[in-house]
Design a protein around this ligand. Structure first.
Ligand code: NOJ
Ligand code: CA
Length: 565
């Protein structure tokens, strides 16, 4: 083991401040008035890929239940399960055909109740994924809607006449590579779908749709769910006049002209719908997380609502697209931290390349992965992890078009290989199929599962998993990491990004070498009120401190220490 990879793990002070409310009751606020979800770590589970209990090659709810101790031990406070409802699986669950049941592929409602009860015992909350923009074309609402122009559910979707024979109502495009309108010969009209044709958009302007969707959330809240991750909120409303979107220069990944999606995205009415969903959530003390793709922090801020009456946790998905550098991270976190809303940091999910692969330089891949954990899990805000991120799971993209399962990948091959690569089975062991299934896994595991898996990494105090566990444990027990403010240090350093989290007489110093060269950073804590304080190393990887004020870091090393006045 090289000195660079050495990790120093120092036991941390146990000072539990958060006392979550008894299951199903009002969550208590901590000493600073924060509800549980502001300090929680959410763990995203793609159920097809997490753990397969019946060896059919597809993960399931009982598989998740069997791994709750692992999640508890890791430091997850809540699990977000991506859609596990009945679905034809055209978009692997994001095409829901019944919002109030469990797909038999994943188990039964009794299995869900068991998962929920077992989670509760461990004080882990369950968050479900609510696909608000569209249903499956096999949902009974849509089947009725398409049956005749005068059907009860006709207006629940967006039906229009074409401009002329063979001509759709306007120029809008589906984000999945096709036109956004599909002609239906039964009623001789087109219906609108922002995603696949098998995912018709709901018409949120119809009060009956709104009511049905609100009632769905009630159904699950009453079953003990603590909140929802809301899918695709940007596309809930369309311009009723169906104006053409302006065409802008360039082509998209499917080779189509680029468009400014002015008339079918981020319409102001979205905020009205979110306020309504929030009102219902508040009746149950539930939390709403948003899949919020925005172009900057000020746009993200709008999703909290002017009176904090929309999403409690709109995800910062901007971070994923930023260049990996000390300067950009410093600037971005400053913007997030001062925006006025509670930040929600995410570094990967089931739609984007895994963080391990995204930041890998081929030489320091594991170090970078540890550095990312030391970074986003020590910021002021909520963190959302993606399964396997804690192991350094990498993307395993399909090698040929025939192997692709995700329809997006088929349509955009070879430019874009789709999303299969980031959805491969969780790596539990170095054995067959990484211990995910005894059957044939629905997606293949990469060769790196031999080294990057739970069983192997649990035995190694220097593994990525060990870093995650230690950082998460600190995050749950250290008042400064729970409550502390955020102060950026050494703002002109182009390579080393450093900050303090300060709370009362304590602070945590986080020093991150975001470069592939050795670096030294000097600190003066006087302006922050910690001039003559005591310093105590807490966790380091490829880094050491001479006197607490001079830190030497190997490429992509990090150093965390505790300061006490
Ligand atoms: C966002 C989801 O995360 C993605 O997986 C899905 O394909 C689209 N929304 C459509 O529901
Ligand atoms: Ca299964």
């Amino acid at each position: 083991m090289s000195a660079r990879a050495k990790i120093l793990a120092i036991p941390v002070l146990m000072a539990v401040l958060l006392v979550p409310g008894a299951s199903g009751q009002q969550p208590e606020l901590d000493t600073e008035g924060h509800p549980w979800w502001q300090h929680a770590v959410f763990y995203e589970i793609y159920p097809r890929s997490f753990a397969d209990s019946n060896n059919d090659g597809i993960g399931d709810l009982n598989g998740i239940t069997s791994k709750l101790d692992y999640l508890k031990n890791l430091g997850a406070d809540a699990i977000w399960i991506t859609p596990c409802f009945p679905s034809p699986q055209v978009d692997f669950g994001y095409d829901v055909s019944d919002y109030e049941a469990i797909d038999p592929m994943y188990g039964t409602m009794a299995d869900f109740d068991k998962l929920s009860a077992e989670s509760k015992k461990r004080n882990i909350r369950v968050i479900l994924d609510f696909v608000v923009n569209h249903t499956s074309d096999q949902h009974k609402w849509f089947l009725d809607s398409k049956s005749s122009r005068s059907s009860e559910h006709r207006d629940w979707y967006i039906w229009r006449d074409g401009k002329g024979p063979g001509q759709p109502p306007n120029n809008w495009l589906s984000t999945f590579g096709l036109p956004a309108w599909k002609y239906d010969p039964t009623t001789k009209q087109y219906y609108y779908h922002y995603f696949y044709p098998e995912q018709p958009d709901l018409n949120w302007r119809d009060p009956a749709v709104e009511k049905a969707m609100f009632d769905t959330t009630r159904f699950w809240y009453r079953r003990g769910v603590s909140g929802f991750r809301l899918d695709a909120v940007d596309t809930l409303f369309e311009d009723p006049a169906l104006k053409d979107n302006p065409v802008i220069p360039g082509k998209d990944k499917f080779g189509r002209p680029n468009m400014d999606e002015k008339y079918n995205k981020k319409l102001p009415e979205v905020h009205t719908a979110l306020k309504g969903l929030r009102k219902v959530a508040d009746e149950y003390n539930a939390v709403l997380i948003g899949e919020t793709w925005t172009s900057d922090v000020s746009q993200l801020k709008e999703y909290y609502g002017n009176h904090n009456d929309e999403l409690q946790l709109p995800m910062d998905l901007l971070l994923n697209g930023l260049p990996f550098s000390a300067g950009t991270y410093r600037k971005h976190v400053a913007a997030m931290d001062s925006a006025g809303g509670w930040p929600v940091y995410v570094i990967t999910n089931h739609d984007i390349t895994r963080s391990y692969t995204r930041y890998a330089d081929g030489k320091h891949n594991d170090e970078i992965s540890k550095l990312m954990a030391a970074f986003y899990l020590t910021l002021r805000g909520t963190a959302i992890m993606y399964y396997g991120e804690e192991l350094g799971m990498e993307n395993n993209d399909p090698k040929s078009r025939d192997e692709v399962q995700d329809p997006v990948g088929k349509l955009s091959w070879p430019k874009d290989k789709g999303r299969d690569g980031e959805r491969t089975p969780m790596q539990w062991t170095d054995g067959k199929n990484a211990g995910f299934t005894e059957g044939k896994p629905w997606l293949p595991v990469p060769a790196s599962a031999k080294t990057h898996n739970v069983a192997t990494e649990e035995k190694d105090p220097n593994s990525i998993l060990s870093v995650y566990k230690t950082v998460l444990a600190m995050r749950h027990t250290e008042p400064a990491l729970i409550e502390g403010d955020y102060v950026s240090l050494n703002n002109n350093d182009p390579n080393v990004y450093s900050y303090l989290r300060r709370y009362k007489n304590e602070a945590f110093l986080v020093v991150l070498n975001v470069s592939n060269e050795k670096q030294t950073a000097e600190f003066d804590f006087a302006p922050q009120g910690f001039a003559a304080g005591k310093t105590k190393p807490a966790l380091a990887s490829g880094a050491s401190a001479a006197d607490g004020h001079t830190v030497t870091l190997e490429p992509f090393g990090f150093y965390i220490e505790k300061l006490t006045k």
